[in-house]
Ligand binder design. Structure first.
Ligand SMILES: Cc1cc2nc3c(=O)[nH]c(=O)nc-3n(C[C@H](O)[C@H](O)[C@H](O)COP(=O)(O)OP(=O)(O)OC[C@H]3O[C@@H](n4cnc5c(N)ncnc54)[C@H](O)[C@@H]3O)c2cc1C
Length: 306
């Protein structure tokens, strides 16, 4: 049996591994249009790879029941361990590789593919296919091959530079598949404010999403400042909420946390301020402190004056 997997992202790689583990004599080939596998794995979690979530919830999937049937016995940590990826938990329930390196995760998966004898064809862009009898003809930009079965693992449309460019969606439609309306989700967010001076800063905070002065979502996490906006898992989750809840005028609030992880109250802040000329420096970096002073148009030395 000759099986082609189109797309060498995490889905294609894991599909190849699982088929080969169960059927060592099958010929399994991954066809990847880019010059290397797993470009998005390398970019994941800001290079640290947030590889799982212990608190994941089936209701976030469109076909909740189907996903639950498949995944209810799946133990993320055990499965990853079986691949040689040991994990640890950060921020309560986010799973990361012990190495905190997305690159290492990819290297471990590539070693597994090699160990199992999965073939890899790079720079192989599928442009169309058709089925004949019990076989599939695959057409690439530079040739064609015939296989017995094919798995499409070509991702979404979110990162053309990393490979998921959505170019196969019209081809799937041509072959009779219905493509659900595609919405952006889990993306960084551009903000109106000029946050250039905060570029590269990180801040653990409670972040809330407000629409028409109502808080509609909030969670604690690390905010990462970009040149033109915000990123980090918490912000990506908020980006999906903005789309799913159809927000027209979303506003994002970032609340500082105290030692116990609760929102820092003004009274707590005042206590710190008794011994500290610039109490913000107790909680945030100098750039963030300067930014807050500038935004609020207040003198650093008069922060607490009513
Ligand atoms: C910046 C960033 C950070 C992220 N961080 C995390 C994180 O920390 N944790 C997490 O769980 N998720 C994270 N994600 C999301 C995660 O990367 C995706 O959910 C995941 O990569 C999807 O896997 P996939 O295999 O389905 O698709 P993809 O990873 O998109 O892989 C699809 C592959 O198919 C190839 N392909 C497409 N069309 C063709 C074609 N016609 N012919 C041949 N090959 C083709 C593409 O080149 C690509 O390699 C992040 C995404 C981004 C962009």
């Amino acid at each position: 049996m000759k099986i082609a997997i189109i797309g060498g992202g995490p889905s294609g790689i894991i599909a190849a591994i699982e088929i080969k583990k169960r059927n060592p004599y099958f010929e399994v080939i991954i066809f990847e249009q880019k010059d290397s596998l797993g470009k998005k794995i390398k970019a994941s979690g800001n290079g640290r790879c947030n590889i799982g979530n212990l608190n994941h919830n089936f209701s976030v999937y469109k076909n909740e029941k189907i996903v639950e049937n498949i995944l209810h016995d799946y133990d993320q940590e055990e499965y990853l361990k079986s691949l040689g990826i040991l994990t640890k938990t950060l921020y309560d329930d986010y799973l990361y590789p012990v190495s905190e390196s997305a690159n290492n995760v990819l290297l471990i998966l590539m070693n597994k593919l090699e160990e199992l004898g999965v073939q890899i064809k790079l720079n192989a862009k599928l442009i169309d296919y058709d089925t004949k009898n019990d076989t599939v003809n695959l057409f690439f930009s530079d040739g064609a091959i015939v296989v017995d079965r094919v798995i499409f693992a070509t991702g979404g449309k979110s990162s053309p530079n990393l490979g998921s460019d959505g170019t196969l969606f019209p081809i799937f439609e041509k072959h009779g598949y219905k493509i659900e309306h595609l919405n952006p989700g889990l993306t960084p967010i551009r903000v109106k404010e000029n946050v250039k001076t905060l570029f590269g800063q990180r801040l653990k905070a409670l972040v809330s999403l407000e629409e028409n002065e109502q808080i509609i979502h909030q969670e604690v996490g690390e905010v990462l400042f970009k040149k033109d906006g915000l990123s980090g898992i918490v912000i990506m989750n908020i980006s999906s909420q903005i789309i799913n809840k159809g927000c027209k005028n979303p506003r994002i609030n970032i609340f500082l946390l105290n030692n116990e992880g609760s929102i820092l109250s003004f009274d707590e802040f005042k206590i710190v301020a008794q011994d500290n000329k610039n109490p913000l420096l107790t909680f945030v970096s100098e750039s963030i402190s300067n930014y807050v002073h500038e935004l609020a148009n207040i003198d650093k030395n008069k922060l607490l004056e009513e």
